[in-house]
Design a protein around this ligand. Structure first.
Ligand code: FE2
Ligand code: FE2
Length: 253
């Protein structure tokens, strides 16, 4: 599935870039205002950016220690994710946002949604590739490690001058209306629920429509049916689901 292909790097207007370190950039806006992650050949730059992020936040090493994750940076995973899944998630999230009613849109900051959906799985650069690419179901220990990627993404980006709203969306992109996702939401948090709903449904739809090492890609209808089950379970807001259905009918053929 490719809903939007980023233009060639040399044709990009750098207007509105998100600066992730003082001399390098991860996220670009093209001339149409679409965001995408830079996926240049220079893995060394990416590695050093992530290394700087780790060094700027000592809490990251504590998390890695707690989960016994060897501190290694998987730039191959980052390259694959940024060129595919994170880019697609961003396109879907913004497409769903555009279709929603104004009263719902008012509760979400569109710029934060764009940035967050583009960066949401950045934490996977620190998840061991054995787990990330396991061609079978994860066991409970592996699942616990995998589930820490959203917190790791938040902690990596916390020191990079992103808005609180963007950071919250990255941290809670695996949460739902029933609050049964991860990590646990703080008790007072309800305001970002719509944004979380949009990023989460876009993330899931993108993942279901892609082949994984352990399963084939799903058809549009099957993917929508899987998500409809979550609507019935009260995890997804019907209005957000309806917007996804409309979006998929128009753009995902
Ligand atoms: Fe994720
Ligand atoms: Fe994702």
């Amino acid at each position: 599935m490719h809903l939007f292909s980023p233009k060639r790097e040399n044709s990009i207007s750098l207007k509105g870039v998100v600066q992730i370190s003082h001399n390098s950039f991860f996220v670009f806006k093209d001339c149409l205002g679409k965001l995408f992650l830079k996926t240049g050949k220079d893995e060394k730059i990416h590695k050093s950016i992530v290394k700087n992020m780790i060094e700027s936040n000592p809490y990251i090493s504590k998390i890695l220690k707690r989960y016994r994750i060897k501190p290694a940076i998987d730039t191959k995973a980052l390259k694959e994710l940024s060129g595919g899944h994170m880019n697609e998630t961003c396109n879907i999230a913004m497409g769903v946002y555009d279709i929603l009613s104004d009263s719902i849109k008012d509760k979400v900051d569109a710029d934060s949604l764009k940035e967050a959906s583009m960066l949401h799985d950045l934490g996977k650069v620190l998840i061991p590739s054995k787990i990330l690419n396991k061609p079978a179901k994860l066991n409970s220990k592996e699942r616990k490690i995998m589930n820490v990627h959203s917190t790791l993404g938040y902690e990596l980006l916390k020191t990079q001058e992103l808005s609180e709203e963007t950071l919250a969306l990255i941290k809670y992109h695996h949460q739902n209306l029933k609050h049964t996702g991860y990590p646990l939401l703080p008790e007072e948090n309800t305001s970002s629920d719509i944004g979380v709903q949009i990023i989460s449904i876009a993330d899931k739809y993108s993942a279901l429509r892609e082949a994984r090492v352990y399963r084939k890609k799903m058809s549009r209808l099957d993917a929508l049916l899987v998500l409809y089950k979550e609507v019935r379970e009260g995890k997804i807001l019907p209005a957000v689901y309806d917007a996804l259905v409309k979006y998929a009918k128009i753009y995902d053929n």
